[in-house]
Design a binder for this molecule. Structure first.
Ligand code: HEC
Length: 191
C-alpha cells in the first residue's frame, strides 16, 4: 500500500515537472533553439517504426527516363523550394526551418532509401516538421514518380537536370495570367 502511494506520488511529480518545464518558457520552441535531450532519437525512432509497418514494398512505376522527367516536373513545382535544386543552394525559407529540409540533389540525398520509404513520407508528410503531406494534392503516380526520381538522384541525365532548373520566382507573370496588367479591367470598373 505504501509502495503504491509512493509510486503514484512519484509519477505525479514527474508529470508535474514535465508540465512545468514546457510551460515555464525555457523549452526549445524557436527554430534556432538547441534540440531537447532525446528529441532526435525519439522522433526518428517513431518515424522509422511507423514507416517500417506501412511502406509499400512494390513500386508501380518503372525507373526510366520518362519517370525521371515526370518526377522532375513534380519536384521542381512542389519540392525544390525547400529541398533545393541540382544547381541551386537552398533559399532563406529552407535555411530558417527546424528541422532543416535536406538538399535532395547533394551528397547521397535519399538515394540509399527504398522508393517506398520516400513515397510514404511524400504521401503522409512528417508531423511537427515542415514536410507537408501531398496525398490529395498529387496523384499516386506523381508521388511515385518523384520518389523514384529521388532514389536515382545521382544518376540523372542532362534532360532531367533541365527539368529541374530554378523556377523564375520573381520574374514577370506569363501573358494571359489572371491579374496581369492589361488582361483584367482595372479595380473599381468591373460592373
Ligand atoms: C515546406 C517545405 C517542404 C516542402 C515543400 C517539401 N518538403 Fe520534404 N521535408 C521538409 C523537411 C523540413 C524535412 C525534414 C523532416 C525531418 O527532419 O524529419 C523533409 C523531409 C523529406 C524527406 C526525408 C529526407 C531524409 O533524409 O530522410 C523526403 C524524402 C522529402 N522530404 C521529400 C519531399 C518531396 C518529394 C517533396 C515534394 C513533393 C517535399 N519533400 C516537399 C520540408 C519540405
Amino acid at each position: 500500500m505504501r509502495f503504491l502511494a509512493g509510486l503514484i506520488v512519484g509519477v505525479l511529480l514527474v508529470v508535474g515537472a514535465a508540465f512545468a518545464y514546457f510551460l515555464s518558457g525555457s523549452a526549445p520552441v524557436a527554430t534556432a533553439d538547441k534540440t531537447m535531450p532525446f528529441e532526435k532519437m525519439l522522433a526518428n525512432g517513431a518515424l522509422h517504426a511507423r514507416i517500417g509497418k506501412e511502406m509499400p514494398k512494390s513500386v508501380p512505376v518503372n525507373a526510366d527516363e520518362a519517370t525521371f522527367l515526370a518526377g522532375g516536373q513534380v519536384y521542381q513545382h512542389h519540392c525544390g523550394l525547400c529541398h533545393g535544386l541540382p544547381n541551386m543552394d537552398q533559399g532563406p525559407i529552407a535555411k530558417g526551418m527546424f528541422p532543416k529540409p535536406p538538399h535532395l540533389f547533394r551528397g547521397k540525398g535519399v538515394t540509399d532509401d527504398e522508393p517506398g520509404e520516400t513515397y510514404w513520407k511524400v504521401a503522409n508528410g512528417i508531423r511537427l516538421t515542415g514536410m507537408p503531406s501531398f496525398k490529395g494534392n498529387l496523384s499516386e503516380t506523381e508521388m511515385w514518380q518523384v520518389s523514384v526520381l529521388l532514389a536515382n538522384a545521382n544518376k540523372i541525365s542532362d534532360a532531367v537536370k533541365q527539368e529541374l532548373k530554378p523556377p523564375n520566382f520573381a520574374g514577370p507573370l506569363p501573358p494571359g495570367t489572371p491579374g496581369r496588367q492589361g488582361t483584367v479591367p482595372p479595380a473599381g470598373k468591373t460592373h
